[in-house]
Design a protein around this ligand. Structure first.
Ligand SMILES: [Zn+2]
Length: 72
């Protein structure tokens, strides 16, 4: 994990599953370190976080749309 943004996230590996990364998460609880994520883990993290913040029903609508756009 790093504190500065990745110059090319595609060269990193997902912190969770080691697949090629496509996104990074700036993690407040880790001193704003950057966690590289693959597309699947990024989508899952967004779904978990949004369900917590705005509830499952609304979160699912946003996340379904996000995942459709992401994979098409
Ligand atoms: Zn992953």
């Amino acid at each position: 994990m790093r504190t500065k943004p990745y110059k090319d996230i595609r060269k990193a590996r997902c912190t969770r599953c080691k697949a090629p990364a496509v996104a990074e998460w700036e993690t407040c609880a880790l001193g704003n370190r950057r966690v590289a994520l693959c597309g699947i883990c990024d989508a899952q993290l967004n779904r978990v976080a949004l369900r917590f913040v705005i509830g499952a029903e609304r979160a699912n609508k946003f996340c379904d749309r996000y995942e459709r756009r992401k994979w098409s």
